[in-house]
Design a protein around this ligand. Structure first.
Ligand code: GUN
Ligand code: ZN
Length: 432
């Protein structure tokens, strides 16, 4: 297999930036290059040196653009592409009126296959190379998802949603059926190529205690799988959850009761947590996945990164399509920034780009493989152009530093700023 060299300005994080001047937290190579072989990074550094060591390599010149690790989206609903922008007053209305209707279409494998193609096309157009996705209740939707992800050699996490109450009958499984189908999907797909399985009870409202019991058993039997669900997104949701599960101290205690907390447990939203819930998250290493565009769109609330950090809770940031309104992690971080402003906290641009890459990789415990440009990592890469639109190009003329450039990309960027996306070293963004 021949070597490919991507030439451009290389940026990759080594650690969480402690401030705008924390140069030790990242590597930045102005006249840089990344060498790729067999889908993995074999070298990075100064272009001249990389070229000297790989004289016969194919060179792809991305100057003056930024070469970064591909974006990671740790909470997205693959089956909600046709739900984005549905007009609802709040989460529960949105679920009942639109989402539970749309997800019924995924009983058809053909529909799942069609949407899976559109889904991965859309992700890579936006520079996202890894996601943790919710499928529908139908095992066929997960089959369609994994099948398409495997064809593209993408690092993807997903699971069939488990739900046996409080949704249309056509979307209900049962404790036993959810267990059997998930078990069979784990056997077929978990750790196949770059794929991983997430055991996916939708949330406590749509699972009976008997089903959560089965979820706990499945997780115990498959400790290398992920667990993903929703937690404390909306006040009415929290009230209904407490009503359905009396006798528990709070929302998170329900999941804890069934053994669902841990380092590979991803809790979407986690906005309205009590002190004791935050402590439980911190003690178990569970991950809170904030979804800013969704939380604003559905009026769910403002996630406070600083408060969660002080409580020792691991945080990630995600799109939550279709409650979320953009596939772009740049747009998502822009909204996350504004939410933190509302909390009187300023998120620095290095921290934003850390979160979209290495931060989210760490949240998924995948930092050895993705999220960082380092020898041995997969060559999942995004190339960013800060002059992608006329307005961006004009604004770019007044920029004097890397942090300003990143902030411009975050504030004005979207899929147009994604010049190219590489999955395991292969260019996959088609410009139309
Ligand atoms: N809570 C339970 N299901 C969902 C969902 O599909 N989207 C969001 N945003 N919250 C949920
Ligand atoms: Zn969600």
């Amino acid at each position: 297999m021949s070597v490919k060299i991507l030439r451009g300005r290389v940026l990759s994080f080594k650690n969480e930036p402690q401030g705008i001047y924390d140069k030790a937290s990242y590597i930045y190579i102005e006249k840089g290059a990344v060498a790729i072989k067999n889908g993995k990074i074999i070298a990075l550094g100064e272009y001249k040196e990389i070229l000297a060591a790989n004289k016969n390599a194919k060179i792809i010149d991305h100057r003056p653009h930024l070469i970064m690790p591909g974006f990671i989206d740790p909470h997205i609903h693959f089956v909600q592409m046709q739900v984005v922008g549905s007009y609802a007053a709040n989460l529960l209305e949105w679920l009942n009126k639109y989402t539970f209707v749309e997800e019924q279409k995924f009983a058809s494998l053909e529909h799942g296959q069609k949407i899976a193609i559109a889904f991965f096309d859309e992700l890579v157009r936006h520079g996202t190379t890894t996601a943790s996705a919710y499928c529908s209740v139908h095992a066929a939707s997960a089959e369609a998802f994994f099948d398409e992800a495997k064809k593209r050699n993408m690092a993807m996490i997903a699971g069939k949603v488990m739900m046996d109450r409080n949704c249309p009958e056509l979307l209900q499984d049962s404790p036993q059926k959810a267990y059997e189908e998930s078990k069979s999907l784990i056997k077929s797909w978990h750790n196949v190529g770059r794929l991983k399985y997430a055991i996916t009870p939708r949330f406590a409202i749509t699972s009976t205690p008997e089903q959560l019991e089965m979820v706990g058993a499945l997780l115990e039997q498959n400790p290398s799988c992920y667990l993903q669900t929703h937690l404390s997104e909306n006040n009415a949701e929290i009230a209904l959850t407490k009503q359905l599960y009396p006798g528990h101290n709070d929302y998170l205690s329900i999941y804890d009761h069934y053994g669902l907390l841990g380092k590979k447990s991803l809790f979407g939203h986690a906005i309205h947590l009590s002190q004791s819930e935050k402590s439980m998250m911190a003690e178990t290493g569970s991950v809170a996945v904030s979804c800013p565009t969704s939380n604003l769109f559905l009026g769910s609330g403002l996630y406070d990164l600083e408060v969660m950090k002080k409580a020792g809770v691991r945080s990630a940031v995600a799109t939550d399509i279709g409650g979320g309104t953009s596939y772009s992690m740049l747009r998502t971080m822009d909204e996350f920034y504004k939410v933190q402003q509302m909390n009187s906290n300023r998120l620095n641009p290095f921290m934003s780009f850390y979160m979209m890459t290495l931060g989210n990789a760490r949240a998924l415990s995948l930092e050895a493989e993705i999220g960082r440009l380092q020898v041995g990592s997969y060559a999942d890469i995004v190339v960013l152009n800060a002059k992608a639109t006329p307005a961006m190009a004009l604004r770019e003329q007044t920029i004097n530093s890397l942090s300003e450039e990143l902030f411009l990309l975050q504030t004005m960027g979207d899929d147009r700023a994604v010049e190219q996306t590489y999955v395991a070293g292969r260019a996959v963004k088609i410009h139309s």
